[in-house]
Design a protein around this ligand. Structure first.
Ligand code: DON
Length: 556
């Protein structure tokens, strides 16, 4: 069988999608994508491949995936069942409603992002193993073995990761275990091409391979985590770890122009907002209005404005808050919501203090997998910011997350992504913080057609929206649908973020004349999102790594 690897590239014309007959994987790491394909080559299905790729990413994509994290996994089985595994972090049992406020009730800067109190109880290990048990065909050891090998024997450090490590040396130096993992044994910084070995992480992975979830949530790994928490002053306890379980949830479903949309339900806001925005676009002739035209962008901004306004009030952890999913995703509600739409003028967002643009590059990551039998997996995972809390658990070799910032620290005070929220997303012990992560599977004639998702904080949902609209309305192939320039609006702050060279000067002028006055070119990272995606095409399966970042698609 042929193993073909297409590296993500940076050319503006769009990446060439990879074609394969039997299975494809697109991820942020070419090595991890190959791990997934190898699993399918030896008889595994797309779920086996996604889980093995997930564990491999924890080794090869250092800044994001180490295990003190979480993810959303959306699975379509060959039998036609669609399920969602929610392994979102939970707030520690000792967390409190006002834990990030000072005596005056003001949010203390950095507490929810860059302090030991930023760490939520992790879900990745439970979620990946639960998915493997329920929908996989290979053993836990087989799924984890490639990751163990990569951690133990090492791999040549890619240029982009070496750069990330070099640029964060100062932050790493504040925590000895972090510096030790991300420097050479002699303390010198790694260079591209150096062999990157992670013996502590290999040992942690071996414990998980041997003991399953107990190899992480109990015993030696739990001891190392709790010891670290005691040393740095974090809240996660042995009890928090032992109690953590991922949840199986019913996906959010919608339709868009003869396609079925299946996406992540709360505690993701992604699926609900995606369906809501598609419903608001459906009555509008997007194709006729054209890609990148002022009329299309205006309509999309107005849909985004209304959906994100709903997010701030209505969305939170469904185990704690009754999210009106049915109402928010109904076609009638979308019509009502857009009843005041003026094709010639922007509406105004409420006057709420502006949030900040994300201070870090997009450091979540998304994996799309499809196999020939009809299994498909959309998997998005993150530490939140790049390198999370930037603290490695001493002796265990993995980073701590800073996901607690996704809660609303104080009603209607923006978080790091400028997102605001109320009581629905307030902190409570054991509660999951609201997310924007939007792993999505689009079905055509009842079969998986497009698998997509992205990093990018609040911009994730609009990135997924644009990939879908590009593919369905504008008829783009997968490469163009992913590569096409993106923009983003989220109600508050009231501004439109556009990629560099993303809109023409005359389109900008038309939008400004309608009242979209704050059109801001992004200044961080390479663009909005990183939508590694897969698609069923007439000739077979295709996959593509978003050209905005390094990454790779592999197939067989
Ligand atoms: O769940 C969320 O919405 C965020 N924690 C995602 C963070 C993210 O995408 C980081 N990349 N910019």
């Amino acid at each position: 069988m042929l193993l073909c690897v297409a590296a993500g590239t940076l050319h503006a014309a769009g990446p060439t999608p990879l074609f394969a007959q039997n299975g494809v994987v697109a991820s942020r790491s070419p090595i991890a994508s190959e791990v997934g394909v190898e699993i399918m080559r030896t008889g595994g299905n797309a779920v086996d491949a996604a889980v093995a790729t997930g564990f491999a990413l924890a080794v090869t994509y250092a800044s994001v995936v180490f295990f003190f994290v979480w993810g959303f996994l959306l699975i379509h089985t060959a039998e036609g069942e669609v399920v969602a595994n929610d392994h979102r972090e939970k707030a520690p049992l000792a967390a409190t409603h006002d834990m990030y406020l000072d005596e005056e009730g003001e949010v203390v800067e950095g507490l929810s992002t860059a302090s030991p109190l930023a760490v939520g109880v992790p879900g990745t290990v439970d979620g990946l193993l639960a998915a493997l048990e329920r929908h996989g065909t290979i053993s836990r050891r087989e799924a984890i073995a490639p990751a163990v090998r990569l951690a133990r024997d090492g791999f040549p450090l890619p240029h982009d990761i070496a750069q990330q490590l070099a640029s964060r040396r100062e932050a790493f130096a504040e925590h000895p275990a972090t510096l030790a993992v991300f420097s050479k044994p002699d303390g010198e910084p790694f260079a591209a091409g150096d062999l990157f070995r992670q013996p502590d992480l290999a040992a942690t992975l071996e414990r998980i391979a041997e003991q399953g979830r107990d190899g992480f949530y109990q015993g030696e790994t739990a001891d190392l985590i709790v010891r670290e928490m005691e040393q740095i002053g974090g809240l996660v306890t042995r009890e928090d770890l032992a109690a953590y379980r991922s949840a199986w949830r019913e996906p959010v479903r919608g339709t868009y122009r003869e396609h079925e949309i299946v996406a992540m339900p709360p505690p993701s806001s992604g699926g609900v907002l995606l369906v809501q925005m598609l419903n608001m676009l459906e009555p509008f002739d997007v194709r006729g209005s054209g890609f990148g035209s002022a009329a299309t962008i205006h309509r999309m901004i107005e849909a985004e404005r209304r959906a994100y306004a709903d997010r701030a009030v209505h969305l939170g952890d469904p185990d704690f808050y009754d999210v009106p999913i049915g109402l928010l995703t109904s076609k009638d509600y979308a019509l009502e919501r857009l009843a005041d739409f003026n094709p010639k003028a922007a509406s105004s967002s409420d006057d709420v203090a502006a949030g900040q643009l994300p201070p870090e590059g997009p450091e979540t990551t998304h994996v799309s997998v499809m196999d020939a039998a009809g299994n498909a997996v959309a998997y998005t995972t993150t530490l939140n910011f790049s390198f999370g809390a930037k603290m490695v658990v001493t002796g265990a070799g993995f980073l701590l997350n800073n996901e607690m910032d996704d809660f609303s620290a104080r009603p209607f005070t923006p978080n790091a992504y400028g997102l605001i929220g109320g009581e629905a997303n307030a902190i409570a012990p054991g509660k999951r913080m609201l997310s924007s992560m939007t792993p999505t599977i689009v079905l055509k004639e009842g079969k998986p057609w497009l698998v997509t998702g992205s990093p990018g904080g609040s911009t994730i949902i609009t990135t997924v929206l644009q990939v879908i609209v590009n593919a369905i309305d504008h008829g783009m192939d997968l490469g163009d649908a992913v590569a096409a320039p993106r923009f983003h609006h989220q109600w508050q702050p009231n501004r439109v973020i556009v990629e560099r060279h993303g809109i023409s000067p005359d389109t900008r002028a038309l939008l400004e004349a309608m009242g979209h006055e704050q059109l801001v070119e992004i200044r961080w990272g390479r663009g909005i999102g990183d939508a590694n995606s897969a698609m069923r095409a007439p000739a077979g399966l295709t996959a593509v790594a978003d050209p905005r970042n390094a990454g790779g698609a592999a197939g067989l």
